[in-house]
Each structure stands twice: as C-alpha cells, then as structure tokens.
Design a protein around this ligand. Structure first.
Ligand SMILES: *[C@@H]1O[C@H](CO)[C@@H](O)[C@H](O)[C@H]1NC(C)=O
Ligand SMILES: *[C@@H]1O[C@H](CO)[C@@H](O)[C@H](O)[C@H]1NC(C)=O
Ligand SMILES: *[C@@H]1O[C@H](CO)[C@@H](O)[C@H](O)[C@H]1NC(C)=O
Ligand SMILES: *[C@@H]1O[C@H](CO)[C@@H](O)[C@H](O)[C@H]1NC(C)=O
Ligand SMILES: *[C@@H]1O[C@H](CO)[C@@H](O)[C@H](O)[C@H]1NC(C)=O
Ligand SMILES: *[C@@H]1O[C@H](CO)[C@@H](O)[C@H](O)[C@H]1NC(C)=O
Length: 473
C-alpha cells in the first residue's frame, strides 16, 4: 500500500485535486510497436484509437501516450509492466489500453487493478482472466475471448448430441505467447465443465508427429478440435486420410479464429503434389472451420475502409481487409463505451478517478458500436459471435458459412447450406464399442455374436464344400 499513498502525496504537492474535466483525458497505450503478426500491433490499433479520439472530439479531449511492449519482435512480459509503471508515474493516466498478448496482459492487469485503473483490451483471450479475481478486477475485454469460444462449442455439442467426449490437438511453442494453447483452452474448460471427457495432445512438428496425432485421435475421440498453423492441419489430415479416419466417423473442427485459412476460400489447397492435393481435398469434407464473425453491419465496412487509409497515411503500413481488423474495431468501441460510462459517472457526481465504479458500470452493458452490438457480460468480457464454415460446394471445394453463432443470444443460426457429412449424418461422439470396452455387449471373446456367425458360415462352407465334392464324385 506504500505506492498509492506516496502518489497521493506527490499529487497533493503538485497542486492538489483537479476539478473533473478541467484537464484532458489521459489515455495510455501499451502494445507491440511493429510486429504486424499480432492483431493488436500498434500500427493496426493506432489508427482505430485516432479515429475514436476524433469521434469523441471536443466533448472529451484526449492526451495519448504510447509505450511499446515489444522486445526483439515479440511481446515481452518483462517490458510491459515496467513501461506501465513508468506511464503511471509520469502521466497518471485515466485509462490504460493494452496488452493483447496474454502474459504481458496478466502482469499489467495486476498493476492496473492495484491502481484501480480501468484496463481495456481487445486481446488477451485467455480463460484465466474470465473469473475476474481481485487481481484482474479492472480488466475489461471488449474483444473476443476464449471462454466465449467455449460457449459456442458447448452450444454446438448440444445441437449434435455430443455429450460424452472430445479430443483436442494444438501446437504449443514456449517461445511465443502461446496463442493456440490459450485459444483451445477455452474449448477444453467449457467442455470439461459440461462433464465431457476431454483429452488433449500437443502436436510435435517433427517426423512421426502426424502418426502420433492420428494414434491419439483414434484412441480418444471422434469429435476433434485442432488449433495450429494450416500446415499442421494438412499434415494431420494427410495421415488421417491414409488411415481411413476421414470415412465419416470423425469430424475435425479447425479453430482458425482470424480465418486465415479461408482467405482463398479453399483451405485444402497447397503446393503439394496432385495426389496429395486430391487427398486433402477429400479429407476436408470432414473439416469444419470456426472463425470470429465479421460484423455484418454497414458501419463496420466503412470503419474498416477508414482504418486501412489511416494505417497507410499515419503508420505507413498496408493492411488488408481481414478479420484481424475486428480487433482494432473492438478497441475503438471500447474507448467509446468507456467515454459513455465516464460521462454518466460524472453526471452522477463521480470523477474519472473512480476507476472501480466506472468498470462496474460497464458490466452487463449493451452498446451500439462500429463492430455491431457490444454486449458485456457480468465479468466485463464481451459476448462474441462466431461462424462455422463447411465445404458447401463439393464440386469446387469452396468453404461457405454453415452457421452463425450469436454470443449475446447463445444461439446458432443455420444458413440452410447442409454440412456434407460423408455418412449422411454427423458422427457419434461415443460410438458403441469404440471407447467403452468394459461394456459386456462389446465382448471380444471367440463366442461373441460375430465369431458365432463366422463360425456358422465356415461350417456351412465345409458342408457345401463336402457335398459338392460328393456331387462331383
Ligand atoms: C487537450 O487536448 C487538445 C486536443 O488533443 C489539445 O489541443 C490541448 O493542447 C490539450 N490540452 C492540454 C492542457 O494538454
Ligand atoms: C512477430 O511475431 C511472430 C509471432 O510471435 C513471430 O513468429 C515473428 O518472428 C515476429 N516477427 C519479427 C520480425 O520478429
Ligand atoms: C439429437 O437428439 C434429439 C433427441 O434424441 C433428436 O431429436 C435430434 O435430431 C438429435 N440431433 C441431431 C443433430 O442428431
Ligand atoms: C456435471 O456432473 C456433476 C456431478 O455428476 C453434476 O453435479 C453437474 O450438474 C454436471 N454439470 C453439467 C453441466 O451437466
Ligand atoms: C474405411 O472405412 C469405411 C467405413 O467405415 C469402410 O467401409 C472401409 O472398408 C474402410 N477402408 C479401409 C481401407 O479400411
Ligand atoms: C509448401 O510451401 C511452404 C512454404 O511456402 C513450405 O514450408 C512447405 O514445405 C511446402 N510444402 C511442400 C509439400 O512442398
């Protein structure tokens, strides 16, 4: 508790408590400065922040402070909290915008919570933030998060009557921010929370990796979730195709939240030989891709156009239209949502220093933003919409939306395009005698039904064989 009281003394010496709104709002940002592979890189989010500040205009003038959390091209969980402490000491911000990577977000969120400072992000998807403990009580996520993906998957399982088991495979590199791990974790926790038996396997990108993967799949599930680069999915599916795992008994959900595999519409296409390409194309009939949903409202397209122009003009980067821009849009909506809540707080006699009160007022709120309807849950996580894609056109192999999921309504809307199930119906998650070998009806002794039939057939053959032998004699 030494730090806050010391700051109070400093503030008092510097001229005491300022009247509300006499100064500009100080908005401090902690994000990776250059690496565009992060959807929350500053050249992607900066233009959205600029647009939000302009939208607020003279009603709420903003002083913007940016510090980078990037070290050697990667998110740094060491640099981010150091820089956040500097920001606090030198600029005493009213609102902190930032870390999108999970580990830096965890440490910055602890400081922000201690300072009672609202921390707004549209990244940091990890499940660990969802039950806002006292460590993360000022964290507000106006973007997608892994627990919301979990909710979607649970709804899917309900629809298909898959209540028993599932298997998860993902790629995990300790050197990065573990995006695949934190994405799949949402699915794991949600299914396990619904009493499914969920096994998981870390994919090894080395010789033997695909064989280990299919072995794991075979013995653990029929409903399979895969999270990793597209190349990893291809390696697994080629092996699955070789082992006849794509005959309709299995379904492979590919978690590709930014829809990068769908950019050309055909996630099975690659630079392989013709035979391998055909095998992949066939295997992809049992693949369903899960992505975030691009907001369908016209304001979003207009926002995206302005975002791309500002990114070119202000940051000198060429961004493509892609689902990554959704994150920038969610930062934009977060800032405007904060401003709305701040205005209300001040009208009720509060101040911008009432961080906890402001954060509390954001809980459960609904707000019409550029990314559509923003619905915050009671933990200050935004409800997230998803799309389920399937090979809608077997001739061309093009993937098309089979369903949309509304996070606010917890409901799936089917587009009417049928999913091309190889066997005409979705696979069972727990087919008889596949996993529960203790079941007495799955008896494997020689006197099982099958064996008796076989024995009977054999005897019949012998009899006929003997009689025909006799006839020919
Ligand atoms: C407040 O913000 C406006 C617009 O960004 C800027 O022109 C002005 O100088 C700022 N005022 C102070 C006191 O920093
Ligand atoms: C940017 O980040 C990605 C993902 O962590 C990493 O693979 C890549 O090497 C980084 N780029 C640079 C230039 O460091
Ligand atoms: C799930 O089970 C219910 C009741 O047994 C059935 O009516 C429904 O058609 C099943 N759904 C699917 C997708 O198989
Ligand atoms: C899971 O199982 C436990 C114990 O059998 C039960 O209390 C709980 O309600 C179940 N949860 C769900 C979501 O079905
Ligand atoms: C593959 O599975 C299908 C359907 O279960 C079966 O009919 C076929 O004989 C299997 N093929 C091989 C080579 O095992
Ligand atoms: C396809 O290209 C990628 C790089 O573009 C390479 O890593 C991969 O090995 C190639 N695959 C084949 C089968 O040639």
């Amino acid at each position: 508790m030494a730090l806050p009281s010391l700051l109070l003394v400093v503030a008092a010496l510097a001229g005491g408590v300022r009247p509300p709104l006499a100064r500009n709002l100080t908005l401090a940002v902690v994000l990776p400065e250059h690496n565009l592979s992060y959807a929350w890189a500053w050249p992607r989010v900066g233009p959205a922040v600029a647009l939000a500040v302009e939208a607020l205009g003279r009603a709420l003038p903003v002083d913007l402070r940016f510090v980078s959390s990037e070290l050697d091209g990667a998110c740094s969980e060491y640099l981010a909290p150091l820089r956040a402490v500097d920001l606090k000491l030198y600029h005493d911000p009213d609102l902190l915008l930032g870390p999108g990577c999970v580990y830096p977000a965890a440490s910055v969120a602890r400081f922000a919570s201690h300072w009672r400072l609202p921390l707004l992000t549209a990244g940091a998807v990890a499940s660990g933030f969802a039950a806002k403990s006292e460590h993360y009580r000022t964290l507000v996520r106006t973007g997608p998060s892994a627990p919301k993906l979990g909710e979607f998957v649970v709804t899917l399982h309900g629809h298909f009557n898959w209540t028993t088991r599932a298997a998860l495979l993902y790629l995990d590199a300790r050197t990065d921010d573990r995006p695949h791990y934190f994405t799949v974790e949402g699915v794991f926790e949600a299914l396990q929370g619904n009493n499914l038996s969920v096994q998981h396997h870390v994919y090894a990108r080395e010789p033997g990796g695909p064989e280990q993967a299919t072995h794991f799949i075979r013995s653990n599930g029929r409903i399979v979730y895969i999270c990793g680069p597209l190349e990893m999915l291809h390696e697994i599916l080629l092996q699955a195709q070789r082992e006849n795992l794509t005959n309709g008994d299995y379904v492979f959900f590919y978690l590709d939240v930014f829809g990068e595999s769908l950019r050309a519409g055909r996630p099975w296409q690659d630079n392989r030989t013709w035979e391998q390409a055909q095998a992949l194309r066939e295997a992809f009939q049992m693949v369903l891709v899960i992505t975030y949903r691009e907001p369908p409202n016209p304001e979003y397209q207009e926002f995206q156009n302005r975002l791309l122009i500002r990114a070119r003009e202000d940051f000198g980067v060429e961004l493509a239209p892609s689902l990554m821009n959704l994150i920038a849009g969610c930062f934009y909506d977060g800032i405007l949502l904060y401003a709305e809540v701040l205005k209300e707080t001040i009208q009720e006699g509060g101040t911008r220093e009432d961080g906890l009160r402001i954060v509390e007022k954001m809980q459960g709120r609904r707000y019409h933003g550029v990314t559509g309807l923003v619905v915050m849950d009671k933990n200050n996580d935004r409800e997230t919409d998803f799309v389920l894609w399937a090979m809608g056109d077997l001739d061309s192999g093009d993937f098309q939306p089979a369903a949309h999921y509304s996070g606010a309504e917890k409901q799936i809307w089917w587009t009417g395009r049928p999913i091309p199930w190889v066997k005409g119906a979705p696979p069972l998650d727990n087919p008889p005698c596949a996993f529960d070998l203790d079941d007495p009806s799955c008896d494997k002794t020689p006197f099982s039904t099958l064996a008796i039939v076989a024995l009977g057939t054999g005897i019949t053959f012998i009899i006929f064989g003997v009689s025909s032998f006799l006839i020919f004699r």
